[in-house]
Design a protein around this ligand. Sequence first.
Ligand SMILES: Nc1ncnc2c1ncn2[C@@H]1O[C@H](COP(=O)(O)OP(=O)(O)OP(=O)(O)O)[C@@H](O)[C@H]1O
Length: 304
Amino acid sequence: MPSSTPQKTTGLHVGEPAPGVKKVDPIIVADHIKRSFGGLTAVDVAHLEIPRGAITALIGPNGAGKTTLFNLLTGFDKPDTGDWAFDGKKIAGVPAFKVARGGQVRTFQLTKALGLLTVLDNMKLGAKGQSGESLAKALFPWIWRKEEQEIEARALDLLQRFKLDAKKDDYAASLSGGQRKLLEMARALMSQPQLVMLDEPMAGVNPALTQSLLDHILDLKKEGMTVLFVEHDMHMVRHIADWVVVMAEGKVVAEGDPHEVMKDPAVIDAYLGSHHDEDLGELDPSITEAVKELADDDADDVKH
Ligand SMILES: Nc1ncnc2c1ncn2[C@@H]1O[C@H](COP(=O)(O)OP(=O)(O)OP(=O)(O)O)[C@@H](O)[C@H]1O
């Protein structure tokens, strides 16, 4: 965990924190998003606003619908119903590559770095606005070369920042899990996004790289970007999130400041679910761990 206490952004919402609460300056505004798989409703979100320029954590027990909501908001999946706007523009139904070009990028729970491409080539693939096979490229190759040079320079800059520059010519497959997470984040930044969405950035990351990943996420906010991340690690959520959205069974069941929202009975309920009357000792360790961490706010404050 980072040694210093990050500067939290407050005053993000209007009125009492509750599911669907209005934000002072939302970057995403979503309404009536539904996605079912067969008979199962994976996502059923009535209204959700994500605050701009802040770090928002999306938490909830396994199967709550977090990744499905991520997939929908980034155009990797299509909803049954729903409408949402990014930065004031309606983007429901817009395909993923266009969403990314518009300034909203994401990383995946399982990293998607292309193993048989070098680290540098992976970075170049993350750049937006490449002329591709356009007529302009065919007619004016020097324009294309200049763009290539700029992309490469930006890639090298970012690789240096993420301490991956020494690996630029290595295949992505040779990186450790944590380094691949860093590469994914660095690659996401190639398109100079406004909103960075991270799906479980800490999962599978060796503790030696945890600090570095957290610092990079905090840096994104310092540079004016908005961050939305899914995470099971409550310590991380409390430490870096300015705002927390809690999902359970497809719905948003609570929203608020990370220290306050963890005390909300609806959040404990979401994690205990149907296990409410069972002895904690008999539950799946992942549930007991989450509930313990939710209740562990004071201990966490002392630690940091
Ligand atoms: N492609 C799919 N086909 C069928 N069911 C799916 C599909 N994707 C998700 N689901 C189901 O939708 C529900 C929500 O899944 P989702 O992965 O969004 O949850 P999650 O909150 O991200 O969970 P986790 O924390 O375990 O990643 C789950 O019950 C899951 O089994």
